[in-house]
Design a protein around this ligand. Structure first.
Ligand code: TXA
Ligand code: MG
Length: 330
């Protein structure tokens, strides 16, 4: 079973030296917990895929502790640079041209000539600075399961497969980072996430270009059923059916709460930031009750609502297709 350490200075040292040995460490970031490995060590990165049980070698996000480290591995155009200046450290990942032979193992980028980079806030940044090298880190969860947003959730899911988990309490944002890629004058939104599209648009003075659903499936790691709980998920529910588990949003409706076999409210005040932070934890908690249906009240699409709805649609996607079959939709 993994050792869980409170993320203080000695634990940060231990995490950095464990990573330097090529082992996996689950680390807190402001978005979700990451399953981290030294991005320059192919053996270590391969362990990530092994531990997650990922069917394919999708490209992974690489985490850096400062802009200088990002520049070691990627070419940064002026538009990307303005986004970095505005939002790093924070929940924004940029896909950038990779500097070949700079040391990133090709398993991290799945052999692409681009690399996805982000600078996380807090503990993760300190670990990377101590290691003085980038960390490849997908969300710390088994492939197809809900992303871990607490050390306990990570231990439940992956505790048998990794040596060390650093505990810094529940993730502040609760959703993975927003991924964008500059393409000429356009900025493509590859994955909605913990930074709202509107905030990015305010900085770049133009609208983000969105991929359609089919193209989104083609983006590696964007399989429709990615965030699946065991229960089936019913969205946009205005009236809960008796016995369903209710994932509510906004003012409590006593009638619904009474009919539901269990209920949790993402945010009684309708705050999307609070809802994002609660999303994965509450889905996991309702799912663990063993009910057959999780009924979800409507969530608005503005701000972080876009990413919340994206994850909910994936959670609700039919499971008749295996993960492998989903990949074949390409
Ligand atoms: O919040 C987050 O981003 C979390 C925490 C741990 O930092 N990390 C995370 O990483 O979600 P990961 O490795 O699961 O994200 C992988 C996604 C892939 O689904 C793919 O869409 C995109 O990043 N990606 C990675 N490299 C890419 C590339 N070169 N081109 C396009 N997309 C890429
Ligand atoms: Mg994930």
């Amino acid at each position: 079973m993994a050792l869980i350490l409170a993320a203080d200075e000695p634990a940060i040292e231990t995490a950095a030296s464990t990573l330097a040995e090529g082992k996996l460490v689950a680390i807190p970031t402001e978005t979700v917990y990451g399953l981290a490995a030294d991005a320059t060590n192919g053996d270590a990165v391969a362990r990530i895929f092994e531990a997650k049980g990922r069917p394919h070698f999708n490209p992974l996000i690489c985490h850096v502790s400062d802009i200088a480290m990002a520049e070691r591995y990627a070419l940064i155009d002026p538009l990307s640079r303005s986004l970095i200046d505005a939002f790093w450290p924070g929940p924004l990942t940029l896909v950038l041209p990779l500097k070949q032979d700079a040391g990133i193992h090709p398993l991290v980028t799945a052999g692409l000539d681009t690399i996805a980079l982000r600078m996380p806030r807090g503990i993760a940044g300190k670990i990377i600075a101590k290691l003085d090298g980038p960390l490849a880190a997908p969300s710390a969860n088994t492939s197809g399961k809900i992303s871990g947003t607490s050390a306990e959730a990570v231990a439940d899911d992956l505790g048998q497969k990794i040596a060390l988990i650093l505990d810094a309490g529940p993730s502040e944002v609760g959703l993975e980072s927003t991924i964008v890629k500059v393409h000429g004058d356009a900025v493509l939104l590859l994955r909605p996430g913990g930074l709202a599209a509107e905030d990015i648009e305010a900085v770049i003075g133009r609208k983000l270009e969105r991929l359609d659903q089919r193209a989104a499936i083609q983006a590696p790691g964007m399989m429709t059923s990615h965030y699946a709980p065991s229960a089936s998920v019913r969205l946009n529910v205005h009236e809960v059916r008796e016995g369903e588990c209710l994932l509510a949003f906004g003012p409590v409706r006593a009638m619904d709460v009474e009919l539901a076999s269990a209920s949790l409210n993402l945010s009684e005040t309708g705050n999307l930031r609070e809802a994002a932070a609660n999303l994965f934890d509450f889905m996991k908690r309702l799912d663990s009750l063993g009910g057959t249906v999780i009924a979800v009240e409507p969530i608005p699409f503005n701000g972080l609502g876009e990413a919340i709805n994206d994850r909910l649609v994936r959670a609700a996607a039919p499971r008749s297709l295996s993960t492998d079959e989903m990949e074949q939709i390409k």
